[in-house]
Design a protein around this ligand. Structure first.
Ligand code: F6P
Length: 358
């Protein structure tokens, strides 16, 4: 087989490990891998394609980023073009499939989050043989217990919380830490519990600012003059209203962000306590993957090539501990993964006295 390989959407630690495993597994079975640069720009724009041989993937498993590049503007069904009155979109999926055939590619291994995997599903419906590999720090792809990248983001956020504890305590301040995750609270919950946060606000639980402030006041009364508040970027007050970044270039997708400041200023006003905000942002996505993410990505990459060899197209590799299995893409994308409110991690947070804003 001649396999096309793409990485799309936001990067996630472990992408290079997955690329390495795809290439090594393919080469071992006599197949070849062509990297399509920057999502599908390699076939639809100038980014180009590259043969991924043994030398290309040597020594990359521990590196962050992706050696073939990625983009969050790579929807082949709504490709950004210059229209008569500004930005417009064009369906270039047929052109993409044609380019794919011209390059004599037999199947596509698409590494992505729900956006890129959704394009992969649409391409498979149009006749392309596709195997998906789920990645994202947000852990919000359905059909798999974990995506790779998530564990690293939780590790980075937990380390940040550890560091913020000492400075918060020294000054008797409230530190509000905004973490990524889009509309899923996985990073906030896991890092918040692991990093001993006092308050954790998730998109899955609309919060009451009065409850949050009551928790901070209660700590104050018991002699704990500082508090750590973790806020998922998609968290919403009871009254509703997600927060989006205002500093977006025209034509860019809207981005969640800014809720940390909103929560911090409400806390400062209500409790009178000095409050600071830290937005962890892309620190959660950069750098080396943890051993867990590296291993998961390697297992996903190898499993994707095995699935292609077995002709299991229109599918996605999936982590169902202790195994990596294969599930239909359609099933995986049917329902995004969010924090289950009846799960034991939420119960553990409550048992530990963490305020979840409800
Ligand atoms: O999906 C990964 C993610 O990091 C989200 O957590 C975040 O909302 C978004 O991507 C940020 O995207 P960008 O890198 O385009 O700012």
């Amino acid at each position: 087989m001649r396999l096309g390989l793409s990485t799309g959407g936001g990067d996630a630690p472990g992408l290079n490990a997955a690329i390495k495993a795809v290439v090594m597994t393919a080469l071992e079975g006599g197949d070849e891998v062509i990297g399509i640069r920057c999502g599908y720009e390699g076939l639809l724009a100038d980014a180009g394609i590259v043969e991924l041989d043994r030398a290309a993937v040597r020594g990359i498993a521990h590196q962050g980023g992706t050696i073939i590049g990625t983009t969050n503007r790579g929807n082949p069904f709504a490709w950004p073009v210059d229209g008569e009155d500004g930005r417009a979109e064009q369906d270039r999926s047929a052109e993409l499939i044609e380019a794919f055939r011209r390059e004599a590619l037999d199947a596509l291994i698409a590494i992505g989050g729900d956006g890129s995997l959704g394009f992969a599903l649409e391409l498979s419906r149009k006749g392309l043989d596709v195997v998906g590999v789920p990645k994202t720090i947000d852990n919000d792809v359905g059909g798999t217990v974990h995506t790779f990248g998530f564990n690293t983001a939780v590790y980075v956020a937990t380390q940040a919380l550890d560091r913020l504890h000492s400075t918060a305590e020294a000054h008797g301040r409230v530190m509000v830490v905004e973490v990524m995750g889009r509309n899923a609270g996985w990073i906030a919950l896991h890092a918040g519990v692991a990093g001993s946060a006092d308050v954790i606000l998730l998109p899955e639980i609309p919060y009451s600012i009065e409850r949050v402030c009551a928790k901070i006041d209660e700590r104050e009364r018991s002699g704990r003059g500082f508090s750590i508040v973790v806020v998922a970027e998609g968290a919403c007050p009871l009254a509703g209203g997600e927060h989006y970044l205002s500093s977006q270039a025209p034509g860019q997708p809207v981005r969640l962000g800014g809720i940390g400041d909103v929560v911090a200023s409400a806390i400062a006003t209500t409790t009178g306590k000095e409050t600071r905000t830290v937005v962890l942002g892309h620190l959660q996505r950069g750098g080396a993957p943890t051993a867990f993410d590296r291993l998961l990505a390697l297992r996903f990459g190898a499993a994707a090539v095995r699935a292609a060899r077995d002709g299991r197209f229109g599918s996605m590799v999936s982590y169902q501990p202790p195994n990596v299995t294969v599930v239909p893409l359609e099933e995986a994308l049917g329902q995004p993964s969010q924090v289950p409110l009846d799960g034991d991690t939420v119960a553990t947070a409550r048992n530990l006295g963490v305020c979840l804003g409800d």
